[in-house]
Design a protein around this ligand. Structure first.
Ligand SMILES: Nc1nc2c(c(=O)[nH]1)N[C@H]1C(S)=C(S)[C@@H](COP(=O)(O)OP(=O)(O)OC[C@H]3O[C@@H](n4cnc5c(N)ncnc54)[C@H](O)[C@@H]3O)O[C@H]1N2
Ligand code: MOO
Length: 406
């Protein structure tokens, strides 16, 4: 157990310890219809050719023989019809877009390029072999690997599973998350404001990230600053959840009971404080198969820790292959403050302009300030020992909301 006074962990070391605490993710088979927003737990391989018959790419006439311009129409086929005829030389069939064309057809001619007179069709364009025919396996052949496991079944992947006609798919089970906040001064939304109180923000920071990933969670409530209540919350929740997120009560205050309970009771502390700003007082503990994240109370510190440590952990627990945050090289557009004693994660607006990621400051970096997070889509990481940076300097940027850049 790492107790107070132990070595504060560097960011990467803490992240590695947290990510390594991780139990194997279980997979289950579910109906494809229910698989949206799960992470795929198997590679997807085609079980047939696409298409698996020759098909017409246009509404037109499938013809046999390219040495003439008039053909006798012998049939009409629309998509889905079984086509088991072969054409004789000089014969044509009217085929709709997507219809199967006879195996031995040489080409399909668009209806606009034809003149129809009774059962004779005359062609008004140049003919080339195979024109307007989609051939067997031309999109993807049988036994081809088309989607790799570990990706989110999102609006790109889900339609592919439908296109392939899969019924069941293997996905990773999602972790069950429990959240609670602490503090006598916390008001829930909708409660009348009382001077000196704060509205519960951290609950919703957690909920927003979890909702976006469609991870099931329960909010246990706000626990008053009382040791037994905090202990009972942890004891009850470790039975029910894979991940517990608590907020507040982990610094040096008289009523910081989260820290006291996690340190004094049977929980196995794996991280106690990390050398970052904001949000150094992070406590991560394990209890059997449950991971407990005792997060700092200030919303700016809670948010930063969520992005740096919890998000990669949760994504790994969901089975994501790419669970780490996106790191880019940024050029600073504004001065950024740091102290050499820690890694400073300066909140920033990161934009992509003329081939470079540019990081703009958003004003205050005080942990007790939060409102400017409205402009934040990433952090500029000024590493320990570096000191302040000025406009034009290069640095490492971490983007947690890539959509905001595009
Ligand atoms: N003597 C010391 N004091 C502090 C230290 C230290 O090392 N020695 N560390 C400071 C640092 S760094 C941070 S960060 C904070 C962390 O404090 P806690 O995690 O114990 O959080 P609380 O004291 O409970 O609350 C801090 C602040 O945040 C507000 N808060 C709490 N929960 C919520 C919530 N759910 N939604 C919105 N705001 C919340 C709370 O009212 C306080 O204002 O400790 C420093 N102190
Ligand atoms: O690290 Mo604390 O987050 O300075 O306020």
């Amino acid at each position: 157990m790492i107790k107070e006074g132990g070595m504060m962990l560097k960011y990467e070391d803490a992240k590695d310890i947290i990510l390594n605490c991780f139990n194997e993710v279980k997979a289950k088979s579910i109906n494809v219809i229910k698989s949206f927003n799960y992470v795929l737990a198997e590679d997807i391989v085609t079980i047939r050719d696409y298409p698996d018959t020759k098909k017409s790419a246009v509404d037109g006439f499938a013809i046999k023989g390219l040495d003439r311009n008039s053909y006798r129409i012998v049939n009409t086929f629309s998509p889905g019809m079984q086509v088991d005829i072969n054409l004789g030389k000089g014969e044509a069939v009217f085929v709709m877009t997507g219809a199967v064309v006879p195996e031995n057809a040489d080409a399909v001619v668009r209806v606009e390029d034809c003149v129809i007179d009774g059962d004779i069709v005359t062609i008004n364009c140049n003919l080339t072999n195979g024109m307007n025919i989609n051939n067997i396996g031309e999109e993807v052949g049988i036994n081809q690997h088309v989607v790799t496991k570990g990706v989110l079944i999102n609006e790109r992947i889900f339609p592919i599973l439908c296109y392939l006609g899969l019924k069941e798919v293997k996905v990773y089970e999602k972790p069950k998350v429990g959240i609670f906040t602490t503090g006598n001064e916390i008001l829930e939304l909708g409660e009348d404001y009382r001077k000196g109180f704060v509205y519960n923000t951290n609950r919703y920071i957690a909920e927003c990230f979890l909702k976006k990933l469609e991870i099931p969670y329960e909010y246990y409530g706000n626990i008053i600053d009382d040791e037994n209540s905090v202990f009972n919350a942890f004891a009850e929740m470790t039975e029910k959840y894979d991940i517990i997120i608590s907020s507040g009560g982990i610094s040096m205050g008289k009523y910081d009971f989260v820290k006291k309970v996690l340190n004094d009771k049977k929980f196995d502390i794996v991280v106690n404080k990390t050398k970052i700003k904001p949000g150094s007082p992070l406590l991560v503990a394990r209890n059997n198969n449950c991971m407990i994240f005792g997060m700092p109370g200030y919303p700016a510190a809670f948010f930063t820790n969520f992005v740096l440590y919890l998000l990669p952990f949760i994504k790994k627990a969901c089975g994501f292959r790419d669970f780490e945050n996106k790191i880019v090289d940024v050029i600073l557009k504004d001065y950024m403050h740091s102290r050499k004693s820690s890694d400073y994660f300066n909140r920033a607006t990161i934009k992509y302009e003329n081939g470079n990621f540019l990081a703009y400051g958003v004003g205050s970096q005080k942990t007790s300030h939060f409102i400017n997070f409205a402009k934040v889509n990433g952090f500029v990481r000024i590493k320990e020992g570096v000191g302040d940076l000025k406009a034009g300097d290069k640095c490492e940027g971490l983007i947690f909301n890539f959509e905001s850049i595009l």
